[in-house]
Write a protein that binds this ligand. Structure first.
Ligand code: CUA
Length: 180
């Protein structure tokens, strides 16, 4: 008998203590969730503030291809390498690669345009620690100032298909002195 709850238990009102605890728990969850979302957005290194624009994916692809042709200096694993001057630079996410390979200068400031031309992709940049999401139809612009020379790795962190795990890219950052 003891294995079954008393009859009509679901029609009994919740005890006052229980209601108090339920309310406290709900408030706790709401306050902490919203506080941390706000704090993390402002202080977390994985997020950044940028501009976003609606764009036709094919138009964005065209823009990236034109940018690539203009600044092309070589090729790495079949992907063009571009060495643009400081200012606007373009990066395209597509199944399953990052295009083109950007070759930048340490300490310079760039306006990094990034967008997906097919599926949602995740944009993670190491060791810069950014972790952002890309949706086709939008173009994001972030201020990017590489402070360390070396090879930065782009990783797609949003499952986008069978080749998702192969979707790696490079941003090459050269030392300031190597210009002279
Ligand atoms: Cu692109 Cu996963």
């Amino acid at each position: 008998m003891g294995l079954y709850p008393p009859k009509d238990w679901q029609n009994e009102s919740v005890a006052r203590e229980e209601r108090t605890w339920l309310t406290l728990a709900a408030l706790f969850a709401i306050v902490f969730l919203s506080a941390f979302m706000g704090i993390w957005h402002l202080t977390g290194r994985q997020t950044t503030h940028g501009e976003a624009y609606r764009v036709d994916p094919q138009a964005y692809r065209q823009k990236v291809l034109e940018f690539t042709e203009l600044h092309r200096v070589g090729e790495l694993n079949g992907i063009p390498v571009v060495a643009p001057p400081p200012g606007d630079i373009y990066l395209m996410a597509q199944a399953f690669s990052w295009y083109p390979v950007l070759k930048l200068k340490e300490g310079e400031t760039y306006r990094l345009h990034v967008g997906s031309v097919d599926f949602p992709h995740g944009f993670s940049l190491y060791p810069h620690e950014w972790s952002l999401q890309l949706y086709p139809g939008y173009e994001w612009v972030y201020t990017f100032k590489p402070t360390k020379a070396g090879e930065y790795t782009l990783v797609c962190n949003d499952y986008c298909g069978l080749g998702h795990h192969t979707m790696l890219g490079r941003i090459l950052v050269e030392k300031e002195q190597s210009r002279r």
